[in-house]
Design a protein around this ligand. Structure first.
Ligand code: PEP
Ligand code: MG
Length: 325
């Protein structure tokens, strides 16, 4: 089986009915690029940057950010990388200068973009470094945990200011660098149209989208039996997100764990997903599944899944989806 996976390393990701699918990798450290290259992957759809803040007293400076981003770009020979801005707080606590005040509900508190917009001294060096990296390859900037259009407007204004600083200092950057939003808060999934003026692209973060739509803490073991990617509410939010992004002609990908889970790949194709970003370990298996799928039949079954009334119906439909060619 492994050998058959190795054979598809350099072939395109395309369904049996000829639909090209974008398949990218998720990374957390520049070192992860070794695993990415090993599976023949040429682009990164989610670069989590929290590692830069781990095991240290001081937040990293602009040069350290830049260094990490350039390393990833170089190993992709400039190929596309989507850098996600800092997503600290809640499940991602680090030992650093940034001591978040304890909150009774950290997942609903000052995390990710909320924290960054509150502490611009923390955020600016990262934004400057991402802009500078954009001069050295194809870089996209992605904002986590967005819940209001105002947050995207603030990010864009901040980036506008930094661009002017860079222009004055004659430091190069890509003026066209796309700025996108993660869809991880149900409010965004429900109102994608309100965000399209401020987001060049979207990426669905199912880990958080499931947590927030089902109101279950993703790190609380006592409720993880309720963590269900197949809940009709989750599937409808995913479908709404894809449809609304398509309608606005904005690209939409999925970078949460669900995208790399064999059980859900075909269902997601049926829901209209055409871009996946997955862990390097799942990359070839996902590619294999996509290459053996036919989208036509999947659309009908996925639509039935959105209306499934019982767990038995969900299970049976999923079997049909994964049994179909
Ligand atoms: C997600 O929430 O699905 C996601 C990709 O982000 P993270 O897992 O880093 O919160
Ligand atoms: Mg998330």
């Amino acid at each position: 089986y492994r050998a058959s996976l190795n054979k598809i390393k350099h072939s395109p990701t395309r369904t049996l009915d000829g639909v090209d699918i974008a398949l990218q990798a998720n990374i957390e450290f520049p070192e992860d690029m070794t695993a990415v290259k090993r599976v023949g992957c040429e682009s990164v759809g989610l670069y989590r940057t929290e590692f830069l803040y781990m095991n240290r007293q001081q937040a990293p400076d602009e040069e350290e950010h830049l260094d990490a981003y350039v390393r990833v770009l170089q190993s992709l020979r400039g190929g596309p990388v989507t850098i996600r801005t800092l997503d600290l707080g809640a499940d991602k606590q680090v030992d650093s200068r940034i001591h978040l005040s304890p909150s009774a509900n950290p997942a609903l508190g000052l995390r990710a973009i909320r924290l960054c917009l509150r502490d611009l001294q923390l955020f600016r060096p990262q934004l400057r470094a991402i802009l500078r990296a954009s001069a050295k390859g194809h870089v996209r900037l992605m904002v986590p945990m967005v819940s209001s259009p105002q947050e995207m407007i603030q990010v864009r204004n901040l980036i506008g200011e930094i661009r002017n600083e860079l222009i004055q200092k004659k430091i190069p950057f890509d003026p066209q660098m796309p700025i996108g939003a993660m869809i991880e808060v149900p409010a965004l999934a429900i109102c994608v149209d309100l965000f399209t003026p401020y987001a060049d692209f979207f990426s669905i973060g199912t880990n958080d989208l499931i947590q927030y739509s089902l109101a279950i803490d993703r790190v609380d073991n006592s409720v993880n039996y309720l963590y269900d990617p197949l809940h009709p509410a989750v599937l409808r939010l995913i479908k709404m997100s894809i449809d609304a992004a398509n309608k606005a002609a904005k690209s939409v990908s999925m970078c949460g764990e669900m995208a790399g889970d064999q059980r859900y790949v075909r269902l997601l194709l049926g829901l209209g997903l055409r871009a996946f970003s997955v862990n390097p370990e799942s990359f070839l298996e996902v590619k294999q599944t996509i290459n053996h799928s036919e989208i036509k039949g999947l659309i009908r079954l996925a639509n039935r899944m959105l209306k499934a009334k019982t767990n038995e119906e969900v299970t049976s439909l999923l079997e049909q989806i994964n049994g179909t060619k």
